[in-house]
Every structure is written in C-alpha cells, then in structure tokens.
Design a binder for this molecule. Structure first.
Ligand SMILES: [Fe+2]
Length: 712
C-alpha cells in the first residue's frame, strides 16, 4: 500500500466520471474510529466487479437512534489511504429503509490497474462519521500484459465456524516469486457466501457465539432434522439477516476492505440444491417452487453484494430496477488485461431439474427395449436384472395391487400428504415397470416374485440407484454412473438438449462470445465442480452387498449430473485459446486439480463449511455403513484415493480441508496454490493466534499449461 508522489499527482488528472469533482484537491479526513465503523457501518464496506474504468462500492449504514428512517451518505474516492488528495466526492447518496440502508454506487471514469481508496460518510447532528477506508483496484487495460494474481473462495458457513482461511490469506508471507499471496488483484467468490439455514444439525454447529438469528422467524420455513427444529430463510427480512450476520466477521470485512470481489452465487444464497425457484427440502413430497422466496433471496443478494448489473449505468444502483426471477441475469464477463477473459456463469437460475427427480418411482422404465436397441445397448443390459413387465397387463393384476398398497404405506411414511396419494400412485403405477423393483416390493410383502425369463429388457430409475419413493439418494446423490450416462444421452438426443440445457440459450450465446475473445486465457467460473467424482466399487470384493459393487457418481447436483452437456462444454473449452482454458469451481467442500477431457479444472475448498469427507461420514453412517465397513472405508476414510482411482485425470484431491486458492496467471502458464487447513480446525477461533493458525496450514502448488496440471 505504498503511496507515491507520482500517484498523487496522477490523481489530479484522473477524470471522475459522473462523480462530482472536488473543488479542492486537499481534504482533511473526518475522524475514523473502529467504534464509528462498527456502530454506524456494522458490515463495514466492500467493492466489486473491477473493470479498467469502473468499480462498484457498497456499504450499509445503521443508526440505532433512527432505525427506520431514510438517510443519505457521501462517498469519497482518493488515490491514497489518508485522502490527502481527494479524487471525487458524491454527496446525497440515498440509504433507504426500504432497502435496509444498503448502498451501491458504481464509480466510473477510473484508470486501469490502479489502487483507489474510498469511504462512506454519514453526517449526524453535524458530526461527520466515516466508515473504514477501503482499498480497491481497477482491472488492467485490454493491452496490458502483466501477470495477474487472484484468490478464489467459496462456501463460508458461519454457524459455529470461523473464517480462518480469510485470516490466513490476509497474513500470508512473501512467496518465492517475490510477491506475496495476499497481494491480490481481485478475489473471486464462487457461491455459498451465505447459507440459508439457521442451524441445520446435518452440517452446521449452532449454539455458540457464531449464530444467525432471524428477527422474524415466523416468516421463515421451519424445518426439522431428528429432534432439532431450525429455520430456512424465506422472507426478505430473513435473507437480509444472513448477510448482516456473516458480514459481522472481522476477517471477511478485512478481505472486502482490501480487495475487489467478483461474485457468483450457488445454491445456498437461495436454497440447498435449488434449480430456478425450486428448493429440495422435501425430497419430492411437496411442490417446492416458490418464486416469491427466490425473488426475496435475489434482492437481499443484490442489496448486499458489490456487483454490477447488466445495463447498469454509473452512479447509485437502483435496487428496484434490477431484474429478478424469472428475468434474473448475473452471468457476466471481465477482461482483465491481455491475458484473461473471465466468464462468470450462472449454474442455478436456468437449469432444469436433476435428471432423476426425487419423487421418481423406482420401477418406472425410462429406456425400454426399443430405446436400448436404438442406443446399441441391448447387449450391455441383457441380464435378468433389467427385465420389465407391463404392469397394466391383466396377468399382473395381483402384483399391481400389492405395488399400490406398498406405495401408499411408503408414501405416507415418507411424509406425502394423504390427499396427494391417489393422484401420485395413479401417475406412476402404470406401463412398463422393472421386475427388479416389483420383486423387491413383493419380497418385502412375502409374496412370490416374478420370473424375469423371457421378459423385455430396459432401464428404470432403480437401475440408476433410486430405491426409495422420495429420496435424494439415487436422485441427487450416489447415482450409478453408467446407467445415468446412458439415460442422459438418450434423453439429451430426444429433447434436442433441453434435458441438460444448464445455461439456457441466452447464457450460452453470451458464453460463446466471451470464449471467442482475443485474450490469452479463458477462465470459466462455474459455482459447481467440473471434476468428475466417482466411487468405483465394482472390483471391491470386500463390499459384501453385491448390488453396491457398482460405479457411482457422488453428487449429481454438480456437472456430473449433466453428463452430455458437460462433455459438450468441455469439448468447447478444449478448443478455445489453444487449450488455454481453465474451469474454476467450488461448492463440493474439497480441493481438486484435474484435467477433464483436456481441460484444466480447479475446485477450491470451502472457506469454513464442513468438508465433503465430514459430510460423507455422516451420510454413510446414516445409511447404515458403520465406520468398520468396507463401504465406509472407500467412501470416507480413503475418499481421496477412491476419487483418484476412479478418475485418473485428478492430479490432486483433498477432501478434508478448508482453505483458499491463489492463482497467478501469466501468458504461458498459471500457478495455482492451495492454502489448506484440516477441516477439524474450522470450529476454532484463531483470531488471536495467527502463528498457531499458520502452523496448521500447508500449501500445494500446481503448474497449469494447456490440458496439463503438474506439481510446481
Ligand atoms: Fe457450500
């Protein structure tokens, strides 16, 4: 943060866009105290969406003496942190109660690759109260060939967890290349900036000092797990509470005070594993499409996140003017000098549902004999396991009656409303049904099984791992890879790609254009991981249940769940910029560096959220696999080895750490450094023990060249 005379002189000639230019180039800074900042600017300040000539600034002002009144702020921009020379000042920026006193201002007319300092001033009873002073940096100009350095973060669950990763990044020492890893041009945040729940015991740790308490719990969604009741945000007030709470963290505040961020959202800014306005809490027993909730989540995000909006002009951002669902648009791209076009994609808003719905009836045949033949898969799926019958054939009337009885019992036990049962069972219990599922039900009822001999062969949901009527297992998680891939390809062709149209046509057209730019490297930011995560138990003879000796995708809420589209996108990326393409992702709470179909893919670990290994342990035990079982060994204890064995493209896997990723990008190569700390530390506050914290971190560095990732 050196202030040179030269820079100060430059300040005088820099234009100030739509800001009111200062009549004087010398100013006395108003007193800034930590007390003023935390009292009147409790979430401090932030900047984002840096471009060569603009940046967006944010704050929220709070006055306990007048919590519901509208007020105005002044924003000031300077080239030095003590505001010796004031570049611009804009008074009368409205901070309205209607928008929770959030303020976003887009500053234009700036110079490329330049540090700027900014502050917000609130005048109360004749006294000028200043926020902390923020530093931000504009992007390099299009012809600027300098090396870039940026950090990547994701998944910062707040409840019971500490932001040790941000703390470490802020204190990193110099690196061998002469720079310091904390000396960044910008930070990319990949989503799950907030989590919508107030203490889901499945992964959060409520009860300590790190909590989110909704002011209006009656407007939230009450959920329960075991004996615990907790809430998911639903109203605008609820969603605002999430941002207020997490931005109370001093290290997150310092990150925002130090660097501009480029954001994308993932699911938890709205709802776990969402698609469009649909959430997934009930595993398909209820219709969870809720447009109003989605729009509330979006408004709170837009109010709190310093991002630009397509078509947004300079000056104060009008929150009411930002398009929301279903007109939402947050995908956008950035030219960061000569070497980087950063394409920030939205995975959540336009995508279809998972290919296997949570309420998919396991017996339903989705590729019949003719479809298998057309796909050339007759021989692959010729065994008795794939037999099916037409359940409406009078010959199977008694079996159909038993299936009907079983459905009713299982559906009520799963939480389906009694009034919905008739229509649901009628909708699914018809046509071709897999013998494997029929026999599983008959066997549970003590009835004689059907003989599969001579019956036609086809693929049903049960062949993809869907065993229960309403479940995320076999729908969003732990899905059999080969059968899903076969079905996905069939459906993709039959719907002209609509079944996996993740981006939507308009976003894809935007991406095509961004990837065709002249920059040396193209980075696609996608909140969910592109690294294929498979658990291959086919040859694991110590797995005693033979039906589990299969090859599974761990999680098909990520790109693995859209295998046809994923392949198409990777094919597109592998052909741009002579192979200089990278996919940056988060979401899965693990670190990966892998080459997928010739494309380098980096997944950054969670800042603080429970690691995927920790989550897998809970799921495995919940599914009946105790820690001494073979399944637990492969899916939990040896999870990194399991992933690497199943996907040889994985050069690095760490499923049990939190941390951040720092990328240094030059013309020829990118150096990616993971800063990692074992996940067990996330529940400990190291704020006063930076050296102790530093000792727990390790670094893993990789060199990325077209289609290659090797240790550096
Ligand atoms: Fe997450």
């Amino acid at each position: 943060m050196k202030i040179s005379r030269r820079n100060i002189l430059k300040a005088i000639v820099v234009t100030a866009g739509t800001l009111e230019a200062c009549s004087s180039d010398i100013t006395q800074p108003p007193p800034t105290t930590p007390e003023d900042n935390s009292r009147f600017f409790p979430q401090s300040i932030a900047s984002g969406d840096p471009r060569p000539d603009s940046v967006v600034l944010w704050t929220r002002v709070f006055d306990e003496d007048d919590p519901s009144g509208d007020r105005t702020l002044t924003v000031e921009v300077a080239l030095d942190p003590i505001f010796t020379v004031l570049l611009a000042r804009k008074p009368d920026v409205p901070a309205t109660a209607l928008h929770d006193h959030n303020v976003k201002v887009k500053i234009t007319g700036l110079q490329p690759s330049t540090f700027y300092y900014y502050r917000f001033i609130y005048e109360k009873n004749g006294k000028k109260l200043s926020s902390y002073i923020g530093r931000t940096k504009t992007a390099p100009g299009a012809a600027d060939g300098r090396t870039l350095k940026f950090a990547v973060g994701t998944c910062q669950d707040f409840i019971g967890r500490y932001y040790n990763s941000w703390h470490r990044l802020l204190r990193l020492p110099a690196t061998p290349d002469g720079g310091a890893d904390q000396d960044l041009d910008f930070v990319i945040f990949l989503g799950d900036y907030v989590y919508e729940t107030t203490g889901d015991p499945g992964f959060q740790v409520p009860g300590g000092t790190r909590n989110v308490v909704f002011r209006e719990p009656e407007t939230a969604i009450a959920l329960s797990r075991g004996d615990t009741t907790y809430y998911a945000a639903q109203s605008l007030s609820n969603y605002r509470d999430l941002y207020r709470a997490i931005r109370s963290d001093p290290f997150l505040q310092m990150m925002h005070e130090s660097y501009p961020f480029v954001f994308v959202w993932d699911d938890h800014e709205y709802s776990d594993d969402c698609h469009g306005a649909t959430s997934t809490y009930s595993d398909g027993t209820k219709d969870e499409n809720n447009v109003e909730r989605r729009r509330n989540a979006e408004l709170a995000f837009f109010e709190s996140i310093p991002m630009d909006h397509p078509g947004g002009t300079a000056d104060v951002v009008d929150f009411d003017g930002i398009a929301r669902y279903p007109e939402t648009r947050i995908y956008r791209d950035f030219t960061m000098g000569k070497h980087l076009r950063l394409a920030v994609a939205d995975y959540r808003t336009y995508r279809p549902d998972h290919l296997i719905p949570e309420d998919a009836y396991p017996g339903t045949v989705v590729m019949d004999a003719a479809a298998l033949a057309a796909a050339g898969l007759e021989a692959t799926y010729s065994s008795d396991a794939y037999a099916y019958v037409d359940i409406d054939d009078p010959a199977f009337m008694s079996q159909k009656t038993l299936l009907n009885i079983a459905y009713r019992q299982l559906a009520i036990a799963a939480g389906l409303e009694a009034a919905d049962v008739d229509a649901r069972v009628a909708a699914v219990l018809k046509g071709p049904i897999a013998v494997a599922y029929v026999n599983a039900v008959l066997s549970a009822l003590g009835a004689t099984p059907l003989d599969p001999t001579g019956k036609p062969r086809g693929l049903a949901w049960v062949h993809m791992g869907k065993r229960d009527l309403f479940s995320r297992q076999g729908s969003r998680y732990v899905v059999i890879k080969d059968t899903l891939d076969a079905y996905a390809a069939y459906k993709f062709a039959a719907t002209q790609g609509a079944s996996e149209n993740v981006f939507g046509d308009a976003q894809q057209a935007w991406l095509d254009e961004a990837l065709a730019g002249p920059e040396t490297w193209k980075i696609l930011v996608s909140s969910v991981s592109m690294t294929s995560l498979m658990i291959d138990l086919r040859d694991k003879m110590d797995v005693t249940d033979a039906t589990l000796r299969n090859r599974f995708y761990l999680n098909v809420d990520m790109w693995d769940g859209f295998p046809s589209r994923r392949k198409q996108l990777l094919d597109q990326l592998s052909k741009v910029a002579g192979g200089k393409a990278i996919v940056l992702s988060g979401d899965i709470h693990a670190a990966f560096a892998s080459v997928e179909d010739g494309v380098a893919c980096l997944t950054t670990p969670a800042i603080s959220s429970q690691s995927v290994k920790g989550g897998a342990a809970g799921v495995a035990v919940g599914a009946g696999f105790d820690p001494t079982s073979a399944v637990y060994k492969y899916a939990v204890l040896q999870i990194d080895t399991t992933f690497q064995e199943a996907n040889p493209g994985i050069a690095f896997s760490d499923c049990d750490s939190n941390g951040v990723l720092v990328v240094q990008l030059g013309a020829e190569e990118a150096i990616a450094t993971f800063h990692l700390i074992p996940g067990v530390n996330a529940e400990t506050d190291y704020a006063s023990r930076p050296n102790d914290l530093a000792a727990r971190f390790v670094q893993r560095r990789f060199r990325i060249t077209p289609g290659s990732i090797v240790p550096a």
